[in-house]
Ligand binder design. Structure first.
Ligand SMILES: NC(=O)c1ccc[n+]([C@@H]2O[C@H](COP(=O)([O-])OP(=O)(O)OC[C@H]3O[C@@H](n4cnc5c(N)ncnc54)[C@H](O)[C@@H]3O)[C@@H](O)[C@H]2O)c1
Length: 266
């Protein structure tokens, strides 16, 4: 029996990177996972290799997507015990170059999408859960940028800081449903968002648009040197930190921001 046997989990942005590793980790612990991603092909590929997983492609910045996603999860599984709000991406600029579209996009995916999913989840919880219910878990993904800021990352940092407020408030509101609500704030984790480049940033396509991603080789060296462990994190490191907030051993921890940064504190 795994530590999460019989649990039903939703992981957003689980088609690649941290979300995919988390879906894998939760499945290995016995949970059935709903794999959401903006990109249908990667969501389907992850779900296909995980026992009991179901894919649900959706753009979480669409107004109705959160309600539909939670409704789908409940109709597929009959319950929802773990929600990992992970979907996100970066779109950086210094403030003088930052457009309204950029600002709105970062707040939309990092703050509003999490809000809408949790609102839909809360409407269901109200009808089924109280303080005697089995403990359920929400894990919202933030970043060291949301705690400490980061040059050229104004909108992203604001979105990830909003995650902290949302987490701490819902931890207070949802104790009566026996739900723990925590955030995990990552430092640099090795995904396409931090892929190394020499001269020009790498490009990822998000919603059909090219977005600059990656860290210069110099930035990666700096990030490695800043960690007492001398490296940036792997997606397995990240998934393990999320997993800690999902297992029964963390049932007495709520409203916290777990810093998973290899010891980097700024
Ligand atoms: N990689 C890092 O160093 C790092 C550090 C701190 C925080 N984070 C956060 O971790 C989370 C995962 O990032 P990652 O590094 O694994 O990136 P990634 O690009 O590898 O994976 C993110 C996934 O989210 C999906 N996604 C993006 N917008 C979406 C939308 N509107 N609807 C549904 N899915 C959407 C993408 O398609 C992608 O598959 C993000 O919230 C990111 O901000 C990452």
């Amino acid at each position: 029996m795994g530590s999460l046997s019989g649990k039903f989990a939703l992981v957003t942005g689980a088609g690649r990177g941290i979300g995919a590793a988390t879906a894998e980790k939760l499945t290995a612990a016995g949970a059935r996972v709903l794999v959401n991603d903006l990109d249908a092909d990667v969501a389907a590929a992850v779900a296909a290799r995980l026992d009991g997983a179901v894919a649900y492609p959706a753009d979480l910045t669409e107004a109705a997507a959160a309600d539909e996603l939670v409704e789908f999860a409940l109709s597929a599984f009959g319950s929802l015990d773990i929600v990992v709000n992970n979907a996100g991406y970066i779109w950086h600029s210094a403030i003088h170059n930052m457009t309204d579209e950029q600002w709105d996009a970062m707040l939309d995916i990092h703050a509003s999408a999490q809000f809408r999913i949790l609102r839909a989840y809360g409407r269901w919880l109200r009808g089924v859960a109280d303080q005697t219910s089995p403990v359920r878990k929400v894990v919202n993904i933030s970043s060291t940028m949301g705690l400490h800021g980061g040059a050229t990352q104004l909108a992203y940092s604001a979105g990830k800081a909003a995650v902290v407020g949302l987490t701490k408030t819902l931890a207070k509101e949802w104790g009566r449903f026996n739900v723990t609500v925590n955030a995990v704030a990552f430092g640099a984790i090795d995904t396409r968002l931090t892929s190394p480049y020499e001269n020009e940033p790498n490009i990822s396509i998000v919603k059909g648009q090219p977005r600059k991603v990656g860290l210069s080789v110099g930035q990666i060296k700096q990030a490695e040197a800043a960690s007492p462990l001398g490296r940036i994190g792997s997606v397995e490191d990240a998934a393990n930190a999320i997993y800690l907030m999902c297992i029964p051993e963390s049932n007495w921890i709520t409203g916290e921001v777990l810093l998973a940064s290899g010891g980097v504190r700024s």
